[in-house]
Design a protein around this ligand. Structure first.
Ligand code: GUN
Length: 290
């Protein structure tokens, strides 16, 4: 039987630490760290995510600035808003909730965000820093996974890690972070052959494919650590990417869904916003490279 990694408790600990530092920041600099949250349209799932992020800010002494925009906003109007937020000295972080409606070019929008304020870590500059092993602002979900592995003293150096999923938001940065800590990393995806065999060899499995219970519990190597990034709404409720009950009979450590990775992603956004604010008071905010 495995130990359950309590992402909710760790996230709460991290949030409380951010709140302490945000209070000290406000006393010293006369303003709170600030996060601008941009939501286009009214997708129900995105609206819930954004509401949660704003609540987290309120609990942590971070000022959140709400920019909920009509779904018919044009690309140039959205880019103008980003430019305004880039120039606003009370804004340390800018988060544009994804996905954007189909008529908008998300890549161009992310590129317009000042890398200094890119608290999602999605800007190619910040992605490049991570790739070259000098990370600045790191995407929140993989950063949260690393924080959980550290908290539970999971050995990483020399371990075989399998990351299932190759997205820019999770899979790719996750693999880079594990590699930076000397894991041997295999990235698997929808076209990977012999997925079961590859997962069966892993000491650490990070599942981020977005398919409910696609990874079968009996594939897991006994004693492996299983991190489930999946959040899939099904007729039987919210499910991860891993068959939880069967996997937890084999894993040494496993994250639940919900209550595992999700709360950590939110906590890391607060940490990134605080870190961006602390940098902004020490150095002027730069324009994005053009
Ligand atoms: N949509 C799903 N996950 C994320 C995230 O981490 N950040 C943003 N901005 N949008 C998302």
């Amino acid at each position: 039987m495995s130990t359950i990694i309590d992402g909710k408790a760790l996230a709460e600990k991290k949030r409380a630490a951010v709140a302490d530092e945000a209070r000290a920041f406000a006393q010293r600099y006369g303003r709170s760290p600030g996060l601008a949250v941009v939501l286009v349209g009214n997708d129900p799932a995105s609206s819930i995510y954004v509401r949660n992020k704003k609540n987290d800010c309120a609990l942590s002494g971070i000022a959140s600035f709400d920019h909920t925009m009509d779904e018919r906003i044009t690309q140039s109007e959205l880019l103008s808003l980003i430019q305004k937020l880039n120039a606003d000295k009370t804004v340390d972080g800018i988060l544009v909730q994804l996905p954007l409606p189909a008529h908008l070019n998300a890549q161009e929008v992310l590129l317009a965000i000042s890398p200094d304020k890119d608290v999602d870590g999605f800007h190619p500059y910040n992605m490049g820093r991570l790739l070259t092993g000098e990370p600045t602002l790191v995407p929140c979900t993989p950063a949260g996974v690393m924080a959980m592995l550290h908290e539970y003293d999971v050995p990483i150096k020399g371990m075989d890690a399998v990351v299932v999923g190759r997205s820019n938001i999770v899979g790719k940065p996750m693999a880079l972070l594990l590699m930076m800590e000397h894991a041997t990393v295999t990235i698997c995806h929808s076209r990977t052959r012999e997925l079961e065999r590859k997962i069966g060899q892993a000491d650490i499995v990070v599942a981020a494919i977005g398919k409910a219970e696609m990874i079968k519990g009996h594939w897991i190597k006994p004693g492996a650590v299983v991190i489930d990034v999946g959040m899939n709404r099904t007729g039987q409720g919210l499910k991860g990417d891993v068959e939880y009950t069967e996997a937890s009979a084999r894993a040494s450590l496993i994250t639940p869904v919900p209550g595992g990775v999700g709360p950590m992603t939110r906590a890391m956004l607060l940490e990134n916003t605080l870190a961006a604010a602390q940098r902004h008071v020490k150095q002027p905010i730069t324009a994005p490279p053009s």
